[in-house]
Design a protein around this ligand. Structure first.
Ligand code: PDD
Length: 298
């Protein structure tokens, strides 16, 4: 991965900042940007596979919802946004990667109160992903640990206020795990620090937490649900599950734009099922990949 910044050689990466395309290393926002000072900002991460944006309508719709929840308008029309996103893929020669999009309320003299008609900052960055590393994770599965959910009460808004998520992910990595599953005060799993959580019960039913303000409405989660409905013979329940039920489950997996469907093979060091990615997880991945390809605009 190219990590060039500042004084190093230019990476060829291009960033978008409020109407301008700039060399990645030179792109920036003002020091009084409210995204920096208050996390007064929302974001989206959209996967690019084979040069095509994955689940683009879902990401655009959620961006609009997150902005609306914080009384910010869309910075441009969905059609214009789609053009800029494609231009970013093109200028970065992105084949397999991630597009990161962030909208902040903009730069103002520091004041907690939110400006009513803000001049928004729009930021986009692109980065290649290691498709082989993801493939390895998909074939071997990943470990998760359970941690208390320390986040606020509006996890349905995709804000950049990710301190609790970052702390949980850091703890997971420190303990040799890939993801942390967050536990609410009732002992139920809300979601992962940057993914949605799923299990497969002994009866072969797929379970993922129902949508509410306690979790992010994952676009990949929605895609997998739609794919499962199109593929006959798979029972799905949208309800909370406990960490005990997860440990006793036949299979477990996580979903996110960055990783797609990833098998979870252990929780807190305890193996799920036989400790290997299971057939229902593989089916969910296969159905989702197929649906996604057929629904993505070229
Ligand atoms: N994370 N839950 C949380 C808390 C997330 O941050 C994410 C996404 C998801 C999955 O949503 P989606 O399927 O729409 O990616 C669930 C992104 C990838 C990130 O922060 O990098």
């Amino acid at each position: 991965m190219n990590r060039s910044h500042g004084h190093r050689a230019p990476s060829g990466r291009v960033a978008y900042v409020s109407g301008r395309y700039l060399p990645h290393a030179q792109a920036g926002v003002h020091i009084e940007d409210r995204g920096l000072q208050f996390a007064d900002a929302v974001y989206e991460v959209c996967a690019v596979l084979d040069g095509r944006l994955t689940d683009e309508p879902g990401h655009t719709e959620r961006l609009e919802r997150s902005l609306g929840a914080l009384n910010m308008p869309m910075p441009m029309s969905p059609a214009a946004l789609a053009l800029v996103m494609r231009e970013m893929v093109r200028r970065n020669r992105l084949k397999n990667g991630m597009l990161y999009l962030q909208v902040t309320r903009g730069a103002y003299r520091r004041d907690h109160a939110m400006q009513a008609n803000p001049k928004l900052s729009v930021i986009m960055t692109a980065r290649a992903i290691d498709i082989d590393a993801i493939g390895k994770r998909r074939s071997e599965g990943v470990a998760v640990i359970a941690l208390p959910d320390l986040r606020w009460k509006r996890c349905d808004i995709k804000t950049t206020g990710l301190l609790a998520n970052a702390m949980a992910k850091t703890e997971a990595r420190k303990r040799g795990a890939f993801e942390a599953w967050l536990i609410d005060s009732d002992g139920m799993v809300t979601e992962g620090s940057s993914s949605n959580a799923w299990i497969v019960t002994g009866d072969g039913v797929l379970v993922t937490r129902n949508l509410s303000s306690t979790i992010l409405a994952g676009v990949t989660r929605a895609g997998v649900l739609a794919a499962l409905k199109s593929g006959a013979g798979t029972g799905v329940e949208e309800r909370p599950f406990s960490i005990a039920e997860a440990v006793a489950a036949k299979e477990a997996f996580m979903t996110s734009a960055s990783g797609g469907v990833l098998p979870v093979v252990s929780i807190d060091g305890r193996e799920i099922g036989n400790g290997k990615p299971g057939p229902m997880t593989q089916k969910a991945h296969a159905l989702y990949s197929k649906l996604d390809q057929s629904s993505t605009a070229p």
